[in-house]
Each structure stands twice: as structure tokens, then as C-alpha cells.
Design a binder for this molecule. Structure first.
Ligand code: XUL
Ligand code: CO
Length: 443
């Protein structure tokens, strides 16, 4: 193994909130038991290969600013191995349990489909060797079906069936590799599954293609005995002007349409939620209510820019609400919290990416601990229980159980001379209660 840009950093340790060292965890105490299991098992943090090892600071107005030794000219497989060496050293430094990749992040692009797949399997073997030496596991794998020009009009939704076939072959192999590496999930983010203009788009045709593709993926998952989850990652737009997997509610309707709601869940990303005009917790609560919460991509946008900036999270209130709804939805199960976040263009020192993850993990851990404490103490939940208490008694129970018709409800309403009175929604009281918990010194 070669010396890497991360080799000289010590592994980041938990030292608690009183430590004044920068590269230590103050709140992410991986083994601390909360709500019946260690923090690391609730949060299942993951490092994103694409942002931390591939992204090189390029933006629409300028070229690379981050020096990536594996992006120089040379033998593509040797360079990909150099990148993997650095990746696993970064995982060691951060001491977070998982990583995620796209095929293209870890394996070089070939001249044709066959070479692409060969490279993927060669690199999967190398990743498997690394995983024998290091303790990092695979949270999920995915295929990049959006960067190459062949995908400019979509992957499974492309008007050209050959692009569908290329995508199908790629996803099949990516699923094989994800299974081989013990991945807990397989993710589909349809970056170009949508349209730039409806003027040249047959939406019905494209949705049928996308439904067929997903059905094939689910069928293949069962065929190979992959016991991970299949996840769709909603995003409303960017790079398309409209993406079909707009948000959780839209994805659910699509899953219902193709009878896949019991097979596929969602991987929710904070910055995608805000692009859709939602909060992150709205998306988590929606997935919880529909029973399809799978995993989380942790990041944040910039309200002043309004696009998918994929920054590391830093807002404790927002993250606490996200964690609260995640716990209420039953937790993440096989999912995890993947840092789909990148350092800024000027942050080109290897140390910057370490600071970024330390801050992100600490913020999420603190938010989780606060949310767990809120639930444990029960004051907040009591307000909600009291608000809906009427539905637990008398004829309201029969209404929800579908035992009463519209006419019967009318008859009873008249007979009982009902006269409902407005009740306070207690918003400010709740906000104060949450503020005290979130900004409390004691966690
Ligand atoms: C793009 C995005 C992707 C997916 C995986 O906005 O979030 O990185 O998470 O393809
Ligand atoms: Co993402």
C-alpha cells in the first residue's frame, strides 16, 4: 500500500464537549448506549467516495482546486488503487463505520461497456481486499447513470432503448458488486430521469420505462439473494429542470403505480428536500407516515444560493427535528447517515475534509441525543398526544375504523348537538420547549 495524503493523521477519538482539540469528537461517542443501542448503530455514519475522494473543486466557473494524486496521467487501474488506498486511510482517520460509492468513483471508465464492467469487477476485488484489512463496511453502492453524454436524455427514461440496455447492464453489475462487498443497500438516484423541456418529452412513455427498470432491479435483487434494501433517492430538479422522483410523496405514488411500495424505500437528502420546497424533517416524516424511510443523505444547502451546494450540516435545530422524526419513524434499520457533502472549493488541504466530517458527525450525534432525550422525557410527545386525544375515544374510534357511514356521522353529530370549540395550537410554547432542549448544556 502506498503512503497517502491521509496517512499522517491520527484516528479521531471521542473526547467529550470539554475537549478543546479541533480533531476530536465532542458528541459522537460511538459506543454510548441510547434508546437501547449504541449511537454508532443508530446513526450508521458513512463517508461518500465521490465527494471526499473524487470531487476536485471544479465548479461551473472554474477548474480543479484540490490536488488529487490519483487524477494525474497514468495507468487507470493503478490510479484507482491509489485512490482506494487513500479512501481507506481517510475512513481509518474518521473512524466512521461505512462508506458509499458510485461505480465511476472507484473504477475507471473504459472504452466500451465490457471494459467498464471489467474495471468495476477488478476494483471490487481490490475493495474487498481493503475491507479485510480495515473495519469500514459498505452502506450502499450505486451506478452513475448521469455524467456520461450517453445519459444526457436520461438512463432508463432515454428515448433510445440502447441507453436503457446499457443502464440495465451497468446496474446489474453494480448490484453484484454491492452484494459481493456486503452492502446494506442499493441506491438509485435518477439524475437525468426527467426532462429539460416537456416539448420533446413523452412523459407517459418515460414513466413506463422507469417503472419497468425498477421492476427489473427488484426482480434481480431477489434472484441473487441480495438482502439489502433497494432505495430511490428523490430530488426535484438539477441537473434536469424536472426530475420524476420529485420528492417522497411523488416516489410513493410511482411505487404504488408499479406495485413496488413494499419493495423499495427512499434515501432522503437534506438539500434535495429544500430544493423541493420542503424541510428535511418534512421528507422524513412523510416517509415515516408512508412506511418507506430507508436511509439519509446528510448535508445542507445555502439559502442564499438556492442550488444543490451539498455542504456539511451545521444547523442544530434542523438536524434535531430530522433526528426526532427519524426516531419516530422507527429508525434507519439497514440505512444510515451518509455524508453526501463536500468541502468548499477553497478547502483544498486534506485536513479540511477531516474537519468537515468531524463537525458533521458531532452535529448529528448531538441532534440525535437531544431528540432521544426529548422522546425520553415525554413532555413534547405529551402535547401531541393531548392534541389528538379525542380520536382515542367514543365514536371517533369507529369513524377511523371505517365503521360509520357519512349519514351515520351526520345523524350522531345532530343528535349530540356537537359544538366544537377552537383550541390553541401552542406553537410558541412548543418552540420554547424545543429551544431549551436543543441549546441545553446537558445532553
Ligand atoms: C446528487 C446526489 C447523488 C446521489 C447518488 O444530488 O445526491 O450523489 O446521492 O447518486
Ligand atoms: Co445524495
Amino acid at each position: 500500500m502506498s503512503e497517502t495524503v491521509f496517512s499522517n493523521f491520527d484516528t479521531v477519538k471521542f473526547e467529550g464537549p470539554t475537549s478543546d482539540k479541533a480533531l476530536v469528537y465532542q458528541y459522537y461517542d460511538a459506543d454510548r448506549v441510547v434508546l437501547g443501542k449504541p449511537l454508532k448503530e443508530h446513526l450508521r455514519f458513512s463517508v461518500a467516495y465521490w465527494h471526499s475522494l473524487v470531487m476536485n473543486g471544479t465548479d461551473p466557473f472554474g477548474g480543479p482546486t484540490i490536488d488529487r494524486p490519483w487524477m494525474k496521467a497514468g495507468d487507470p487501474i493503478a490510479l484507482a488503487k491509489l485512490k482506494a488506498d487513500a479512501a481507506f486511510e481517510l475512513f481509518r482517520v474518521l473512524d466512521l463505520p461505512f462508506y458509499c460509492f458510485h461505480d465511476m468513483d472507484m473504477a475507471p471508465t473504459g472504452e466500451c461497456l465490457a471494459e467498464n464492467l471489467r474495471n468495476l469487477h477488478t476494483m471490487a476485488e481490490y475493495m474487498a481486499e481493503k475491507m479485510q484489512i480495515y473495519s469500514t463496511q459498505l452502506l450502499w453502492g450505486t451506478a452513475n447513470l448521469f455524467s456520461h453524454p450517453r445519459f444526457m436524455a436520461g438512463a432508463s427514461t432515454n428515448p433510445d432503448p440502447e441507453v436503457f440496455a446499457w443502464s440495465a447492464a451497468t446496474v446489474k453489475n453494480c448490484m453484484d458488486v454491492t452484494k459481493q462487498l456486503g452492502g446494506s443497500n442499493y441506491v438509485l438516484w435518477g439524475g437525468r430521469e426527467g426532462y429539460e423541456t416537456l416539448l420533446n418529452t413523452n412523459m407517459h412513455q418515460e414513466l413506463e420505462q422507469m417503472g419497468r427498470f425498477l421492476s427489473l432491479v427488484v426482480e434481480y435483487k431477489h434472484k441473487i439473494g441480495f438482502d439489502g434494501q433497494i432505495l430511490i433517492e428523490p430530488k426535484p430538479k438539477e441537473p434536469t429542470s424536472h426530475q420524476y422522483d420529485f420528492d417522497t410523496a411523488t416516489v410513493y405514488a410511482f411505487l404504488k403505480r408499479f406495485g413496488l411500495e413494499g419493495e423499495v424505500r427512499v434515501n432522503l437528502e437534506a438539500n434535495h428536500a429544500t430544493l423541493a420546497g420542503h424541510s428535511f424533517e418534512h421528507e422524513i416524516a412523510t416517509a415515516g407516515a408512508l412506511g418507506i424511510l430507508g436511509s439519509l443523505d446528510i448535508n445542507r444547502g445555502d439559502a442564499l444560493l438556492g442550488w444543490d451546494t451539498d455542504q456539511f450540516p451545521n444547523d442544530l435545530w434542523t438536524m434535531t427535528m430530522a433526528m426526532y422524526h427519524m426516531i419516530k419513524a422507527g429508525g434507519l434499520g439497514k440505512g444510515g447517515c451518509n455524508f453526501d457533502a463536500k468541502v468548499r472549493r477553497q478547502s483544498f488541504d486534506p485536513e479540511d475534509v477531516i474537519h468537515a466530517h468531524v463537525g458533521g458527525a458531532d452535529l448529528c450525534a448531538r441532534a440525535f441525543l437531544t431528540a432521544a432525550k426529548l422522546i425520553d422525557e415525554g413532555k413534547y410527545d405529551a402535547i401531541l398526544i393531548e392534541r389528538y386525544a379525542g380520536w382515542k375515544t367514543g365514536s371517533a374510534v369507529d369513524v377511523l375504523a371505517g365503521k360509520l357511514s357519512l349519514e351515520k356521522i351526520e345523524e350522531m353529530a345532530l343528535e349530540n348537538k356537537i359544538n366544537p370549540q377552537p383550541k390553541s395550537g401552542k406553537q410558541e410554547q412548543i418552540e420554547n420547549l424545543l429551544a431549551r432542549a436543543i441549546y441545553s448544556e446537558k445532553i
